[in-house]
Design a protein around this ligand. Structure first.
Ligand SMILES: [Fe+2]
Ligand SMILES: [Fe+2]
Length: 372
């Protein structure tokens, strides 16, 4: 017998909510804020600050929370933007986080220790820190400083996996006055605590460590998967193994420039080359004396660090001037074109672009004019 479905009259609403109006109002306020923020930050206007980990310029704000940094100094949603200095012979504290991180070496020479493995770098290289890898930077030179321009994606914080496990302290970092130092059974410092206040632990999180070790163990699986569940595990293992085997340093010197419709570009990181990073693309662009790049727009955010020269951007019809060492932000879906204002010298910049938008459907890429 066919089952009788008793239809009930839908409940009367208790109240009318203005949810959609509120969303639109909030969006309008956010658009206004985005539009009001600068596109260019000057190197000299951003101070150096010292944290437990590193001495940095923080172009996207000075709070420790990445989400709070959104739309603070620059019109950026997905990228945080910093620059780190390592004094001659210096090093940072060393730590681990779920966020992947991308570093362009602006000047100097040094090396990395990533999960116990050493990688050498020099100016012009791109250095990739994969997700959840203990990493520490070292300046190899006893005479010159090294500077690293870098970014971490903000999305990790939205997903609840933004934790940082600090392993060591920056050599110049001072713990707060009155803090009690905590030590392990061997008498080594493993953190500090201020009564009723700040606390820092210098150790790995064992629970998360175990999870990541389990993931690494999957890389050892060789049996052919018999069902979808095993296939998931195998794929995770294969990806983990592959990411551990690809280069963490991309040598700038070894990559040629290409003449593209957008201009003269050297791709350091793209979906078409192996990398331990998933969420960034990176390239160097050179604009000839008095020349201009192509014109386009894309959904994904882009930022430039000017390596040499002077010029300006036209973004959505407005002019923004830039010079050497400046940081330039290109917000989502903005029509943009770059101009070299110097008739005698080329202008160059390094570009970080968020690849996250591509994974969300690659919306809105439009090439509008060729470079000249
Ligand atoms: Fe880091
Ligand atoms: Fe672009």
């Amino acid at each position: 017998m066919e089952k009788q479905i008793e239809r009930q009259r839908e409940a009367e609403p208790v109240e009318i909510i203005r949810h959609h109006e509120e969303i639109q109002l909030k969006q309008k306020a956010e658009d206004k804020r985005l539009e009001s923020l600068p596109r260019v930050l000057k190197y000299q206007d951003i101070p150096w600050t010292l944290s437990a980990n590193a001495c940095c310029k923080r172009y996207t704000g000075v709070t420790p929370s990445a989400l709070d940094q959104r739309l603070l100094n620059l019109p950026l949603y997905s990228l945080s933007l910093l620059e780190q200095v390592l004094v001659p012979g210096g090093k940072n504290g060393g730590h681990r986080h779920f966020n992947e991180a991308i570093f362009y070496i602006l000047e100097g020479e040094g090396f990395e220790i990533h999960d116990g493995i050493r990688y050498e770098w020099e100016a012009g290289d791109l250095m990739c820190v994969p997700t959840y890898c203990v990493h520490q930077h070292f300046n190899r030179s006893g005479e010159k400083s090294a500077r690293l321009f870098f970014s971490v994606p903000i999305v990790f914080e939205m997903l609840g996996i933004s934790r940082v496990e600090q392993v060591g302290l920056h050599p110049d970092y001072e713990i707060p006055a009155g803090a009690a130092i905590t030590r392990n059974e061997r008498g080594e410092m493993v953190g500090y605590k201020v009564e009723g206040g700040l606390e820092l632990k210098l150790s790995a999180d064992l629970l998360h460590l175990q999870k990541m070790e389990d993931k690494k163990a999957l890389a050892q699986m060789t049996a052919k998967p018999g069902n979808k569940y095993d296939q998931f595990l195998n794929t995770l293992g294969e990806e983990t193994r592959w990411r551990q085997s690809v280069p963490h340093i991309i040598k700038g010197k070894e990559i040629p420039f290409e003449n593209t419709r957008m201009g003269k570009i050297k791709y350091l990181l793209s979906p078409y080359s192996p990398s331990p990073l998933l969420l960034y693309d990176c390239f160097i662009q050179e604009i000839p004396p008095g020349g201009r790049s192509g014109k386009h727009r894309h959904l994904s955010e882009e930022v430039h660090k000017i390596l040499s020269g002077r010029g300006y951007d036209i973004q959505n019809g407005k002019r923004y001037d830039w010079g050497e060492e400046d940081v330039v932000a290109i917000p989502i879906n903005t029509v943009h074109q770059h101009f070299n204002a110097d008739p005698r010298h080329p202008a160059t910049f390094v570009s970080f672009q968020s690849r996250l938008y591509t994974y969300l459907g690659h919306g809105g890429f439009e090439h509008l004019e060729d470079a000249s």
